[in-house]
Design a protein around this ligand. Structure first.
Ligand code: PEP
Length: 252
């Protein structure tokens, strides 16, 4: 039985005051509602990880990073290692978010190194995959998602797969207000699970958490969550409002 997992990606939003206020709001509201039935994480900008970590302490809301670098230390200006993220209290690290793939230009090969580095450093990677609108229109969704998944997990052993969460995020649905229909989401989630079964085993595939992301809101979360292979959400915009984020956690 997979435990639902909802994570809020704050992207390049909030400041030192509002990041802590948002974290405190999530802690107080989500604990009352969801008890221990849903895993919850917030993913603030790097510079606010430490104050947010403090605000989350002794709660069951976990902390995640929006990115990670694969090297352990050294002359990599601007980058942040797994050890640094662990040091400030992170449990999760996003790897290959679509904005990093398509705005910053990260490759599948780089993302694969980040997934491996996260696990080696004791973090739980959330590997993001998803197709562009032109790829969906050209009927290439399955091909793109399978390529990103295979490349992102390249070299990862059976023992390490349980550390990984997959987030299916159709790029055309991120921050656009367009959401995949529950059927569209289920189709790709089932495909991802089938590929994981091929690459690993049915048991490991069945145990892997596959989140959906792309304009998830309180009004569409329940119908998406009702799909058999949707195990939770990676939420952007709606995670910046306590009430919306908590309503999504409740739906999960
Ligand atoms: C995201 O940032 O991963 C995301 C899904 O954003 P939004 O919910 O705003 O579409």
């Amino acid at each position: 039985m997979r435990k639902p997992f909802v994570a809020g990606n704050w992207k390049m939003n909030t400041d030192s005051h509002s990041s802590v206020a948002l974290a405190e709001g999530v802690v107080s509201s989500s604990e009352k509602l969801a008890g221990h039935k849903v895993d919850v994480a917030v993913i603030p900008p790097f510079v606010y990880l430490q104050p947010v970590s403090k605000a989350l302490s002794s709660s069951r809301v976990a902390l995640g990073s929006q990115d990670i670098y694969f090297e352990q230390k050294g002359a990599f200006t601007g980058e942040v290692s797994a050890a640094m993220l662990k040091d400030v209290g992170c449990t999760y690290a996003l790897c290959g978010h679509s904005e990093r793939r398509h705005v910053i230009g990260e490759t599948d090969e780089l993302i694969n190194k980040k997934v491996a580095a996260a696990i080696a450093g004791g973090l739980l990677p959330i590997l993001c995959v998803g197709e562009l609108i032109e790829q969906r229109k050209a009927d290439q969704t399955a091909e793109v998602v399978m390529r990103q998944l295979k490349a992102g997990l390249e070299g990862l052993s059976d023992e390490k797969l349980p550390a990984v969460t997959i987030a299916y995020e159709p790029v055309w649905a991120i921050g656009t207000g367009l959401t995949a229909t529950p059927e569209q989401a289920q189709e790709v989630h089932a495909l991802i699970r089938a590929l994981l079964a091929d690459m690993y085993s049915t048991k490991l595939a069945e145990e892997t958490c596959i989140q959906y992301g792309g304009s998830v809101k309180p009004g569409n979360a329940a119908e998406l969550m009702a799909q058999s292979d949707v195990d939770g959400f990676l939420v952007g915009g709606a995670s910046l409002k306590v009430d919306d984020f908590v309503a999504i956690i409740q739906a999960a």
